[in-house]
Design a protein around this ligand. Sequence first.
Ligand SMILES: *[C@@H]1O[C@H](CO)[C@@H](O)[C@H](O)[C@H]1NC(C)=O
Ligand SMILES: *[C@@H]1O[C@H](CO)[C@@H](O)[C@H](O)[C@H]1NC(C)=O
Ligand SMILES: *[C@@H]1O[C@H](CO)[C@@H](O)[C@H](O)[C@H]1NC(C)=O
Length: 390
Amino acid sequence: MNSPFFVLINIIAAALNSLTGQIFHLPERTTVDIIKEAFYPDETHIVQTEDNYILTLHRIPHCRNNSVAPKGPILLMHGLLQSSADWLVLGEKSLGFILADAGYDVWLGNSRGNTYSKAHVNLNPLLDAKSFFDFSYHEMGKYDLPAVIDYILNATGTSKIPYVGYSEGTTQFWVMMSERPEYNDKISQANFWAPVTNMYRITSIPINALAAMGGIETLARAIGKYELFSHFTTGNSIRVICQNADWLCTEFFNLIGSSLERMPNKALKTKILENFPAGISFKQLFHYVQGTRSGVFRPFDYGTEKNLEIYKKPMPDPYNISRTTIPVFMYYGGSDIYINNEILINEVANEMQHVTVDLIPYENFNHLDFMYSTNADWLSSKTLENLNLA
Ligand SMILES: *[C@@H]1O[C@H](CO)[C@@H](O)[C@H](O)[C@H]1NC(C)=O
Ligand SMILES: *[C@@H]1O[C@H](CO)[C@@H](O)[C@H](O)[C@H]1NC(C)=O
Ligand SMILES: *[C@@H]1O[C@H](CO)[C@@H](O)[C@H](O)[C@H]1NC(C)=O
């Protein structure tokens, strides 16, 4: 991906947008629709964060006929560009439904800025885009996860819940524990699927290209680009491409992290694209890109001058991974384009006390295969096993 291409895609998308008039409508099939169509009970909850973002939590309170002994609440947090829907796209093989069938009260989070959490008490995401999208996974870890966890504990009268995070769902979890380690007391265990810290020396072509491009952040700011890949801009363009050219769609999925061996078929791609991509902030992507450049997992680097103002130091201290003291079960793939497995095993895991690290036993297992391939079964059964240990 290079910047002219990127700009072009967004221009096309914007044109499509104005033609179809779909700017703030929800996706044709929302998370709630997916839950209802599978005949599960559904609830929607709204959570306000300390810094006034308004988040949507989707909930499957129990299995279809409520016939299984209840196992208590659990929180699932999706990855970059995703939403709560991504825990359900594999139908009965999705972790969201598998957990409900096993008796769990399943809560599906939505990161700030995505389709379902694009709201704020006094900022309009369209008119105040610059302020609204001024966040990264730092704020998700520091404000969103704690607000969501407290909400679930209160709503269910529970003192601790287990957690499952995929990709950015793991990044923000580490941030939360580093910034607010008291949350270790509120989580019984965490299952990390494809855990991401700094993206240093990874093989993703788009991320490395962005890391190599010096001025792209400045350019984005200059053209007033604060939101990226929303459902109704880039999402519409990708849906058009995928409806008309499956081969190109396959190239796209491969580029962003599906292995060719486990490429979703056209029907599954269509289903995924009903909600994916769900939108992020430019800053969120650039926070990852900074980690690709520096190899350090730390808060956003604003440049020395602003860092001194905000952090009172020329560079913020790295996140403290060893503050995650609860048991963590980490799963990584052999060919994940966003993860440097050596760093994960030799550095990150070494800083944690209660951690097990497992390689997925399938060849060429890539990042999106965790969520969008039939081998996701393996992860779901491992996760269920771990939950039974608690
Ligand atoms: C109730 O639901 C469970 C899990 O969804 C299923 O295994 C069981 O067969 C159902 N029982 C009835 C009576 O429908
Ligand atoms: C806690 O839950 C109760 C009812 O379940 C609700 O009335 C109350 O507003 C909740 N408090 C917070 C802080 O969410
Ligand atoms: C990280 O946190 C641990 C546990 O709170 C503490 O012992 C350690 O000194 C911290 N490391 C740094 C570099 O601050």
